[in-house]
Design a protein around this ligand. Structure first.
Ligand SMILES: C[S@@+](CC[C@H](N)C(=O)[O-])C[C@H]1O[C@@H](n2cnc3c(N)ncnc32)[C@H](O)[C@@H]1O
Length: 203
């Protein structure tokens, strides 16, 4: 994982974007005293937006570089460095909400299952996760020369990428209740990106 975190360190140093309003429709259901964790936060546009709106959030990533940038730029934002492929450094039932925006599609099947088990473990009963992942309809982002490792899972020579089909939500996310699942188009990157937006609840 060390090389991968270095890859992301480099991306974070050179790339900036902004919050794109995708979470707004979920905010009415998020109480101000809820404990929220954002996984794979990157520059933490989501966490910063939540913090600025009075929510209690901790922003996490395995890139030490990006967490150090966040700590310098916004010392009031709570942060934690950890690798999602390891056991999460939190007790069972610690959080009401997990946010996972474009960070759960880098893992092989076994790792994805383990990560989702960890997410379930740290969520409180009735807690839920909102997030976005690559869609398998996003052909533009499947690299031409990439090596296919598993169904819908590729290695492009630098990083691994998974592209989810709608049926994957019934298998990977089988221990959650799906509250909302929508395929959407995003314009953040140079090429239009097709993704799944989801809200799923711990059962
Ligand atoms: C495409 S970026 C998304 C960043 C942010 N969520 C956003 O939407 O702006 C993916 C993020 O996942 C993080 N990441 C990738 N693999 C990870 C891992 N194994 N553990 C923790 N974070 C990871 C990267 O450092 C990066 O910040």
């Amino acid at each position: 994982m060390n090389n991968l975190s270095k890859y992301w360190d480099n991306i974070h140093l050179n790339y900036k974007s902004s919050y794109d309003n995708w979470m707004d429709k979920y905010l009415d259901d998020i109480k101000k005293d809820f404990k929220i964790i954002e996984l794979g936060c990157g520059r933490a546009y989501n966490s910063i937006y939540l913090l600025e709106n009075g929510y209690n959030v901790i922003a996490c990533d395995f890139s030490k570089e990006v967490i150090s940038i966040l700590n310098k730029e916004l010392p009031s934002l709570k942060t934690k460095v950890f690798d999602m492929t390891d056991k999460f450094p939190f007790n069972d039932s610690s959080f009401d909400i997990v946010i996972a925006d474009l960070c759960l599609h880098y893992f092989d099947e076994k790792q994805t299952i383990n990560i989702l088990e960890e997410i379930k473990r740290i969520l409180k009963p009735n807690g839920y996760m909102i997030g976005r992942v690559n869609s398998s309809n996003d052909k533009f982002h499947i690299p031409e020369q990439a090596e296919k490792i598993e169904t819908n899972f590729y290695y492009d020579g630098k990083i691994y990428k998974r592209f989810f089909e709608s049926k994957d939500f019934e298998t990977f996310f089988k221990d959650f209740k799906i509250i909302n699942l929508e395929e959407k188009v995003m314009d953040r990157y140079e090429k239009t990106k097709i993704l799944w937006e989801f809200k799923i609840k711990k059962v």
